[in-house]
Design a protein around this ligand. Structure first.
Ligand SMILES: [Ca+2]
Length: 193
């Protein structure tokens, strides 16, 4: 693992994680800058629909509250929204957009691919610092927009939202304590029969 991490950081190789069945995220760290490619299946594209991700402390709850939200609007693909969720409700738009400078989008292999870049630590309290951390929680979802272009609440089913904990160096999934607990319970049950 350490060799892989060192190799990745030397070569600037991308880490990648699947977010549900219709989205993925990859990233490359170069110096103090991280570049993301966020893929959303073309089948999810609809008028009046948004899609997005958020970053949050790996040890935090799976709720949206206290997460660094980045949204995309299928009706206005040239815009990237830099936000912060102070609660499990509509996130606030940051005063400073720290992801728009090198933002671009394209369509490739059946996915809308949103490419954006930011400093690992932007210095903005409305951005989650990715500097000097090993693990990060990444949340994903999509939802409708009003005819006025306002973001509306996403759905709550498992196909409409999710969260993963990943190792930032290689994108590998972290087995959460809940998973360990479940495995332990299942093991105990099997040992009893
Ligand atoms: Ca932000």
């Amino acid at each position: 693992m350490l060799a892989l991490v060192l190799l990745n950081s030397c070569l600037g190789l991308a880490a990648k994680v699947d977010l549900g069945s219709d989205m993925w995220l990859d990233w490359t760290i170069s110096g103090s800058t991280i570049t993301f490619d966020y893929g959303v299946a073309s089948s999810l594209k609809q008028a009046n629909r948004w899609a997005g991700i958020s970053f949050k402390d790996a040890s935090g709850s799976r709720n949206m509250k206290d997460s660094d939200v980045i949204l995309f609007n299928f009706d206005n693909l040239d815009k990237i929204y830099d936000m912060w969720a102070t609660s499990d409700d509509l996130p606030d738009t940051d005063a400073n957009n720290d992801v728009s400078t090198n933002y671009s989008h394209t369509v490739a292999n059946g996915y809308y691919v949103f490419t954006f870049q930011r400093s690992l630590d932007t210095g903005d309290s409305m951005d989650y610092s990715l500097l000097n951390i090993n693990q990060v929680q990444i949340q994903w979802t999509y939802g409708p927009m009003s005819s006025n272009g306002d973001f509306l609440q996403h759905g709550k089913s498992s196909s409409e939202l999710g969260a993963v904990i990943v190792n930032i160096n290689d994108g590998s999934l972290v087995t959460t304590s809940q998973s360990y607990y479940l495995i332990a319970v299942v093991s105990l049950l099997f040992s009893l029969v």
